[in-house]
Design a protein around this ligand. Structure first.
Ligand SMILES: [Zn+2]
Length: 94
């Protein structure tokens, strides 16, 4: 577990961390998946297609009315989980 106020990269054994406040600001998603982070190095493990999809979905989320957002959270979280899976698997050389 990372130090208080910091979030560690999702990839096992990666020592990089980010300040929680900074992470929350970067996501801007009312707290969704704001407890998880993929560092810059490992983010490159995620395929361009999935990274692009994630940024598009994140933008859609911001543009939605707040009443419609909760239903979209699962969708964005799903794409995030694909990002995380790719980052971890490629780091492990799978
Ligand atoms: Zn990392």
């Amino acid at each position: 577990m990372a130090k208080a106020g910091r979030v560690a990269c999702c990839v096992p054994f990666c020592r990089r961390t980010i300040a929680h406040a900074k992470l929350q600001a970067a996501h801007g998603l009312d707290g969704i998946e704001a407890n998880e982070w993929i560092c810059g190095n490992h983010w490159r493990n995620v395929s361009t297609l999935v990274r692009r999809l994630y940024s598009i979905r994140k933008r859609h989320y911001r543009e939605l009315l707040s009443a419609e957002r909760p239903a979209y959270v699962r969708h964005v979280n799903h794409i995030w989980s694909v990002c995380r899976k790719q980052a971890i698997e490629r780091a492990a050389g799978i």
